[in-house]
Design a protein around this ligand. Sequence first.
Ligand code: SAH
Length: 213
Amino acid sequence: MKDTLKHQGLRQQLVATIKAKGITNEKVIDAIGKIPRHLFMDSGFLGHAYQDKAFPIAADQTISQPYTVAFQTELLQVNPGDKVLEIGTGSGYQTAVLCELGAKVFSVERQHELYKKTSKFLPKLGYRPKKLIFGDGYIGLEDEAPFDGIIVTAGAPFVPKPLLSQLKIEGRLVIPVGEDVQIMTLFIRKGQKEFEQHEFGEFRFVPLLEDKN
Ligand code: SAH
């Protein structure tokens, strides 16, 4: 598990790319600049790790595109100590970004293989989410609710109601909604039943699937 000067150099180019695409939050940019993304991918794919592209990981899933990770994290507006729920742990890259921002992270993954792999891997890099859960993100995580922020990293055909109801007042849900193409959507909870809704253009994610596997 090496992070060489070459990796660090490539990472700075990636940082320049996401800035050029419009990411401005300094803490998010610092996190992307710090996290060794190549270690979240199989070693054969080293050359791809610092391109601004999604890439295949185990169990037919993908590590999200860095720009997308930065964009969603920026929308989430994380403050240190915030309780954040992530749906779709995957490689753990987004989880690591949330840890860098000082969030108390709870992350749910439905693929057992990925859940196991990432549970072992993140602590090796020094990242300690509060809890990684093998489960179905459609139901959220009632036991730990309410959350300051919830981030869904797979394409949701509809907005799962439990995720809205597990937000604090002023809490934010960032979720890509749609079947083939998703619209990045931000919900801000304003009251027991009141939510503000904002839309941020098209993205493509692997689908949010029901039940565990
Ligand atoms: N955040 C990840 C993105 C992985 S892709 C990263 O940075 O690498 C989306 C992930 O969501 C996949 O790992 C997939 O298995 C998972 N997923 C899909 N449906 C889910 C569900 N209902 N509950 C929890 N995880 C789910």
